[in-house]
Design a protein around this ligand. Structure first.
Ligand SMILES: [Zn+2]
Length: 357
């Protein structure tokens, strides 16, 4: 059991690596040697600085942006992840989707979390569960590493906590800290609160023996610092009245018969949007919904960037748009299961996702 307080992950990542190398005990799950700290708690004082940019880790912004936007948007787009790093394909059972993807699992829960914290600012019930009871059946290649997420408001700021059963320092930590703190910022933005601290608790915090040498080469390098602040989804995006999210690409309409259900969906979505416009000020739940919609659009390359405004919000949106621009896929988002199906998938052409009918 260990607890480490770091001010940021930009440099603090090295402290975490040193901790695993010095305190970790050797265990070999599935026959692969690791050093492991059991019950590791990392307290991150400044959740804005949650990407190890000054350590020589060379974590990829494309992966960070895609995972963060898919988590916030509540979607899973395997093709986009594969376009950033082919290895994501190894975790798919059907070549199309990732069963354990966090986005679809937390999408509606996040809206309830915001509602709960709006109604009772001292609430202890703001939690979202990712793990499911049938997870350890052994039937999937993609078993979620995260069990649950929780949030609370104390001293007027929004704290966040992630509980993972397992976390790999080399491959997982850089992207997990980034994604979960972006979600923290989105929820804080919806509640119009500042961000407090981020707590990351892991049952098995580990490093594979194959990465020991890489970790030994990590060193603080301030030359790799980016002059712009690391981004979060802006309050402006949360407040903006977005057009309803179009589930299917307009350009595809010639290729398949537009179903009655699809037309109904458009009417319902449009009327929901107009209802929201009557609310002034807009509710926190509407704000988080708008942020989720913005995240989907950013992930899919459909978010129009505003004219140049050199403020933090503009830089944040720009950062994500640039990181994701080479990794946009043309799949179709199913509104029910929230998986993005690629054009070469049979279900892509048959209207709403068949699995959900
Ligand atoms: Zn579906």
């Amino acid at each position: 059991m260990a607890e480490i307080v770091i001010s940021d992950l930009e440099v603090g990542y090295i402290e975490l690596a040193e901790a695993v190398m010095s305190w970790g005990k050797t265990v070999s799950p599935r026959g692969m040697e690791t050093k492991e700290i059991r019950d590791m708690t990392v307290i991150l004082r400044d959740p804005q600085r949650a990407f190890p940019i000054m350590t020589g880790r060379n974590a990829r912004e494309g992966i960070a942006a895609a995972e963060a936007m898919q988590l916030l948007g509540g979607i899973s787009d395997l093709q986009q992840l594969k376009s950033v790093a082919k290895t994501f394909g190894m975790f798919s059972d059907d070549g199309l989707t990732l069963r354990g993807a966090y986005g679809p699992r937390v999408y509606s829960q996040v809206q309830n979390v915001v509602k709960s914290l709006t109604l009772d600012k001292d609430s202890r019930q703001a939690a979202a569960v990712i793990w499911r009871p049938d997870e350890i059946s052994g039937a999937s290649r993609d078993v979620p590493c995260t069990v649950y997420l929780s949030w609370n408001i104390r001293n007027g700021a929004l704290n966040a906590k992630t509980h993972m059963r397992s976390n790999d320092l080399w491959l997982g930590v850089p992207y997990d800290f980034f994604a979960f703190t972006r979600l923290q910022y989105a929820i804080a933005s919806a509640l119009d609160l500042p961000v407090g601290e981020y707590v990351h608790h892991v049952d098995s915090f580990h490093l594979y023996a194959t990465d020991f040498e890489k970790v030994a080469r990590l060193a603080v390098d301030s030359n790799t610092f980016r002059p712009t602040p690391l981004p979060w989804l802006s309050a402006r995006a949360a407040a903006s009245q977005e057009q309803p999210l179009v589930t299917y690409n307009e350009t595809d309409s010639a290729d398949f018969a537009v179903s009655y259900d699809y037309e109904s969906l458009k009417v319902i979505t449009a009327s929901n949007t107009f209802t929201r416009m009557d609310q002034d000020p807009i509710s926190s739940v509407t704000r988080i919904t708008n942020l989720q919609t913005t995240a989907v659009k950013l992930a899919r390359g459909q978010y129009p960037l505003p004219a140049a405004e050199p403020d933090d919000a503009y830089r944040a949106e720009r950062w994500f748009a640039e990181a994701l621009a080479p990794h946009v896929t043309e799949g179709r988002l199913c509104d029910t299961c929230r998986y993005v199906l690629p054009p070469w998938c049979f279900e892509y052409r048959s209207g709403p996702c068949r699995r959900c009918k």
